[in-house]
Every structure is written in structure tokens, then in C-alpha cells.
Design a protein around this ligand. Structure first.
Ligand SMILES: [Zn+2]
Length: 406
């Protein structure tokens, strides 16, 4: 399962942050949680095919959370989609979508299934598919707002192939039966029990999407023991009054939910436009719940990196904004120093003292000789304390750079 934040802004988008939307990729199918403006373009940039969307979950009817819906649905129409799509959200969703397409005199070629939730809803299952289900519960916002939990059903246990072979299991269908939990009888009459060969069922992955809410016990229930909890953190603790007034969470609230729900990873999102540097929110959240991270647009979060790395190939790379690389023509030397910067982070000191640089030293270029020591100073300073890094170092050059941190 892969979670890809497509927009991490709150109500006002900024130059670098788009309106809320999160894609969940699973076995080639995509679920969208909220669909802010720009969602369909962000999907393209993330390398996600729009035709793969099978479910869209809308949390509530604040415009920033559904303003991309009609655009996306109409793109699917232009793509001549023929498989059905399911839209889940508060009551009124169907009316909104149908009114828009009637207004535009468009008749949709594909089937749209609606799951609408009434305002007196107290929680329950909104989608039950073969391999996963989705639960929803009302949250605490100024309007009726839903939180969601996506849960994969348990997967069958691992088959002990060596043991199966030693017992005489050879055919594919036999393995299939055993995996499904059925005992089989071999040609010679011996019975092979499924429990002998197949291990315990493996729990499915889970993801909770909690946005636009003050602290709410329902959020904790939804997020209980999830692999990934994406929780809004619109404000920092210093603006807790404003958070309470507008029905939003602070980063401390997000950490509290993560703590109470014992989630494995907290990802905060939905940042107010006033925070040009959302790392202040992360720092606060991490004080209370350490396995926390910032939702970064287009950067995927994997529940199992070893299985799924590389499946999604982004079309757009997140580049570090670095004043040194802006302006001026790129020269050969600049290229060279970039490569060096990439490799020298750990071993810079030892290379400095070794003969490594000697062959490249040029007598007619003073700048060149000064440069490394300058770089050296600049690089070392922010690393005084290894646990607290400055944002410049965390911002990835590609979306794949920092999986270790998840
Ligand atoms: Zn919002």
C-alpha cells in the first residue's frame, strides 16, 4: 500500500502547496481521500493514472476539499471510462455531482455509485470490498465532517514450500487449496492439513484519514493501531484558540491522537498558509509522538518499502530550493562541485586530508581552492546536533531520497 499526498495546504493554497487530497495506491487501484482543486494534475505529476481511481472519499463540504471533483470526473468522461466509480461522502454529494453535469448537459458514460452518509451517522462501514473495507466516523468540525479508515483484510499466511514439498504437495491447485485454508488429500491417500503448511494470517495494512477536526475520540477510534495516520495539523500550539474556534487541530492534537491510537506513523498535513516552514509543526508534534513526519506533496509513503518501492514513478521531482543553484549559467565546475556535494557528506573530512583532491587542483583558479573550505564550514555548522537537522538538509532532491525516515 502506498500513500501519496497530492495536496497538503489548508483552505488557501500557496505557491508550493495545493488543496487537500491524498491518493492511496493498492494493487493497481487508487482511492482518493478528498479531491481539492488540482488533484487531477497532481496525480499526473505523481505518476498516477487517473483511470485507476476506483473510489473517492470526501470528508466534508468545505470547498477546498471537493473543488477538484467535477474536473476529475469530467476528465474520466473524456477518457471514455467504462468501469464504475464509487463516491463516498456526506449526504448531498449525489445532488452536487448530478446538478453539475446536468448544468453542463453532459451525460456520464460510466456508472457512478454513491454512498451518502446522513448527519446523524454515528460510525460504520461505508465500503466493503473483497480485499479491504473502509469505515467512517463523524469528526468535530464546524460542518458535518467524516474521518475514514482504510483497512486491508488479513492476508493468508506464508506457505512453507520446503515442508509442503517434503509432504508430497506438487500441484498448483493443491497449494491454492492449502492457502485458502482447506486440507487436501494426495493420490496415495495421505491428508495434508492446511495448518501444517500455512502460517498465521498476516494482518492487512491500514490507513486513517483524519482531517478538519478538533481533537475527537472518533479520530482515535478510526486510527487505532493503523500503519499510517494522516492527521491534519493546521496550526501550531500557539494558535490553539484559533484552532478551537475554527474546528481544526494543532500539531499537539495530532500527536495526541497518534499516541492514544498507537499508530505506527503519524503524518501531519493540511498546513495553514501562514507556515512557510511547516517544520515548526513537525517539531511540536515530535515532542509528543516521535514517529511523525510531514506530508510532502508527491512524495510516496510506503507501508512496505521492500515490496513496493519503484512501482510508482513520479513525473515531477521535488527539487531542493537552493540559492546557490539559482541564476548564473551552469558551468562545468558547478556540475563537478554538485557531484562532489552529493558524495562527500559523510566522508568529507577524510577525503580532505587524503590526496583525493590533489590531481584536480588548478593553479590559475583561486576560487576553486577556496571553495571546499567554504563549503566545509557551511556544511558542518547545521550538523552540530545530529538529531535536530535544519530543513534544508531534510528537503529531498527526489521523492525517493529519504525513505529511511519513514
Ligand atoms: Zn480543510
Amino acid at each position: 500500500m502506498i500513500i501519496i499526498p497530492l495536496g497538503v495546504a489548508s483552505a488557501t493554497p500557496t505557491a508550493t502547496r495545493h488543496l487537500p487530497s491524498v491518493a492511496l495506491w493498492r494493487e493497481g487501484s487508487i482511492c482518493l481521500f478528498d479531491c481539492g482543486e488540482n488533484t487531477q494534475m497532481r496525480m499526473l505529476q505523481a505518476g498516477l493514472k487517473r483511470s485507476r481511481v476506483d473510489y473517492i472519499f470526501i470528508s466534508h463540504f468545505d470547498v477546498d476539499h471537493y473543488s477538484g471533483l467535477i474536473g476529475l470526473l469530467s476528465t474520466l468522461q473524456l477518457q471514455r471510462r467504462d468501469k464504475p466509480i464509487t463516491l463516498v461522502g456526506p449526504k448531498g454529494l449525489k445532488e452536487y455531482v448530478e446538478w453539475n453535469f446536468n448544468f453542463a448537459k453532459v451525460e456520464l458514460l460510466y456508472e457512478v455509485n454513491y454512498v451518502e452518509v446522513e448527519e446523524d451517522f454515528e460510525g460504520g462501514r461505508v465500503v466493503d470490498a473483497d480485499e479491504f473495507y473502509v469505515d467512517a466516523r463523524p469528526l468535530k468540525h464546524t460542518t458535518f465532517c467524516l474521518g475514514y479508515r482504510f483497512q486491508e483484510k488479513d492476508k493468508p499466511g506464508k506457505v512453507d514450500a520446503a515442508r509442503a514439498e517434503s509432504l508430497g504437495v506438487t500441484e498448483d491447485w493443491q497449494y491454492k487449496e492449502l492457502k485458502a485454508g482447506n486440507d487436501i488429500e494426495l493420490d496415495d491417500g495421505t491428508v495434508v492439513e492446511s495448518s501444517d503448511i500455512v502460517g498465521h494470517p498476516r494482518p492487512g495494512d491500514s490507513f486513517a484519514y483524519i482531517t478538519d477536526t478538533s481533537y475527537s475520540p472518533n479520530a482515535v477510534k478510526l486510527a487505532m493501531n493503523t500503519n499510517i495516520l494522516l492527521h491534519e495539523a493546521t496550526f501550531s500550539e500557539s494558535l490553539s484558540d484559533k484552532a478551537a474556534e475554527t474546528g481544526h487541530s494543532t500539531s499537539i492534537d495530532a500527536a495526541r491522537v497518534a499516541n492514544e491510537a498507537q499508530t505506527k506513523l503519524l503524518v501531519i498535513s493540511h498546513f495553514s498558509a501562514r507556515y512557510t516552514n511547516p517544520f515548526v509543526l513537525l517539531r511540536e508534534a515530535r515532542r509528543d509522538f516521535f514517529p511523525a513526519w510531514l506530508a510532502t506533496e508527491l512524495r510516496p509513503i510506503y507501508t512496505d518499502p521492500s515490496h513496493e518501492k519503484g512501482i510508482i514513478k513520479p513525473k515531477v521531482y521535488i527539487k531542493e530550493i537552493d540559492e546557490k543553484s539559482s541564476g548564473g549559467k551552469p558551468t562545468g565546475r558547478r556540475k563537478e562541485s554538485k557531484q562532489k556535494r552529493f558524495r562527500k557528506r559523510k566522508n568529507f573530512k577524510s577525503r580532505e586530508s587524503s590526496n583525493f583532491r590533489t590531481p584536480r587542483r588548478r593553479s590559475d583558479d583561486n576560487n576553486y581552492r577556496q571553495r571546499p573550505s567554504e563549503n566545509h564550514r557551511r556544511k558542518r555548522e547545521p550538523r552540530e546536533d545530529d538529531t535536530v537537522r535544519k530543513p534544508r538538509h531534510i528537503t529531498p532532491r527526489t521523492p525517493f531520497d529519504d525513505f529511511d525516515r519513514f
